[in-house]
Design a protein around this ligand. Structure first.
Ligand code: AMP
Ligand code: ZN
Length: 469
């Protein structure tokens, strides 16, 4: 079977045909580095790592170029830097925040078995490139020259009305968007959907010499960053562009507008791929709900990185994921059963079994691939694990340690619970119900729920227990 991918642009699954099979090119929007990456941020990182591995398998490891950027210029970064380092000059504080966050991000995703991309450009290096070549300023200059952008009050804005098919990716017409726009429209904008390519910096904020004859220093808008890094490293048209579904509009729509109008091309990337959103225990993850989980917290809690990875891949990438503790426990069980096979050597094998490959080639059908691996591993086919899902390189030691810890803590709980259950059954036998209820409450306070059943043969009451969730 040939690789098939779902394309947001055409709303269809189609055979993937690279522009150049000797250099398959993919760009994925990376993190804005001001805080720990949360488990939602890990989703595109893992999903597109899987696609990167699959492309390398199909086209050859040296025939794939994968770019995932780091956004290191942003208002959220400035705010965080001012808050955390009030005594430092803002630019020094920003460097501290972005460098520390980037290092943490690399540590976190390495634990999830994610390969480094071919290039990981930092946005600030592509505002004005000392070495020459395409950058944000050169794209902006081109867009002003060819009538797709205009200067107003020291800003440069993209003129959305100049692009007849603006809105194709998110499948909305300009009229619909304007009708639905709730954004406060700055008076200097020609049209309400026109977006910022460049804006003036306030004193003390990071600033670069402005393009298009603007004399005050400024900084780029968000969308132009990805157009510049993708153009510089992958060329005007490339194969795959990815990111989370929330980026479809406005971010990706605006990347497309900038790149196509600057390069005069019919598309920016042939295939646009978007992962679905992740929520936690049935709720949208948010700081205010207190259910905001970082990758680091999950690792610190003792979840092995490979369990987090498997848990992410058990759901198809386009579906929403509900991230739950129960799901993690199940993933740990599944992975433990795979690693429990005799003779498993996850570092040695790099083959993908045909059934697993077929599943992955069908728009990354990971639930099916995992079911295939599971069946093969149950049949003691130790070659099944393969490199496909990225579990090579994990030697299983973290997983074993986690399972041992879980067994130890289960034992520790049992050693407290079992004597209390015996005492409660004794109290019931002597009809001291006040005492038996008291013990039940004491156990409930420890998070233990009891279930009494009558043994059919002996007629005795027996009690089973579990830790309540
Ligand atoms: P950000 O740093 O917020 O721009 O996000 C970086 C990447 O993570 C983008 O591709 C987002 O679409 C993705 N992302 C953020 N939150 C979630 C979530 N809850 N579920 C899935 N993907 C997410
Ligand atoms: Zn982007």
């Amino acid at each position: 079977m040939a690789l098939k991918l779902y394309n947001t642009l055409t709303r269809q699954k189609a055979d993937f045909a690279p522009l150049d099979p000797n250099n398959v090119r993919m760009y994925v929007c990376g993190p804005t580095v001001y805080d720990y990456a949360h488990i939602g941020n890990a989703r595109p990182v893992i999903v597109f790592d899987l696609l990167f591995r699959l492309l390398r398998y199909i086209f050859g490891a040296d025939h794939v170029t994968y770019v995932r950027n780091i956004t290191d210029v942003d208002d959220k970064i400035n705010a965080r830097a001012a808050r955390d380092y009030p005594d430092l000059p803002l630019n020094d504080a920003i460097r501290k925040v972005t460098e520390a966050t980037e290092a943490q991000f690399h540590k976190d995703i390495a634990a999830l078995g994610v390969l480094p991309p071919t290039y990981e450009p930092r946005a600030t290096k592509y505002i004005r490139r000392v070495e020459g070549g395409e950058d944000m300023v050169s794209i902006i200059e081109t867009l002003v020259k060819n009538g797709h952008a205009y200067v107003a009050e020291d800003h440069v804005l993209f003129d959305v009305a100049s692009m007849p098919d603006y809105g194709r990716l998110s499948n909305r017409s300009l009229d619909e968007m304007e009708a639905g726009a709730r954004v406060e429209v700055a008076p200097y904008k020609k049209g309400p959907m026109d977006f910022v390519l460049w804006k003036p910096s306030k004193p003390g904020e990071p600033a670069w010499p402005s393009p298009a004859g603007i004399t005050t220093p400024g900084r780029p808008g968000w969308h132009i960053e990805c157009s510049a890094m993708a153009g510089a490293l992958l060329g005007p048209v490339f194969d795959i562009h990815g990111g989370g579904i929330d980026l479809t509009f406005p971010h990706h729509e605006n990347e497309i507008a900038q790149s196509r109008c600057a390069h005069n091309t019919a598309v920016m990337a042939n295939v646009w791929m978007h992962n679905g959103f992740l929520q936690v225990e049935g709720e949208k993850m948010s700081k205010s709900l207190g259910n905001f989980i970082t990758i680091r917290e999950l690792l610190d809690d003792g979840w092995p990185g490979e369990v987090l990875r498997l848990n992410m891949l058990r759901t198809h990438y386009r579906q929403p994921i509900d991230w739950t503790k129960k799901g993690l426990e199940e993933s740990q069980k599944i992975l433990s059963s795979w690693f429990a096979q005799d003779g498993i050597d996850t570092t040695a094998r790099n083959q993908i079994t045909p059934a697993v490959l077929d599943a992955l080639e069908d728009d990354l059908n990971t639930p099916k691939a995992i079911a295939e691996i599971h069946a093969l591993s149950a049949a003691k086919d130790v070659n099944a694990l393969g490199g496909a899902l990225g579990f090579l390189g994990f030697d299983g030691s973290t997983l074993r340690a986690a399972n041992e810890r879980a067994a130890e803590s289960a034992l520790a709980v049992a050693s407290k619970v079992v004597p209390l259950i015996t005492a409660r059954l004794d109290a019931r036998k002597r009809k001291d119900f006040a005492e038996s209820d008291r013990i039940r409450d004491e156990l409930a306070a420890m998070g233990i729920t009891l279930k009494d059943t009558k043994n059919k043969e002996t007629g005795e009451i027996e009690t089973t227990w579990e830790v309540a969730r």
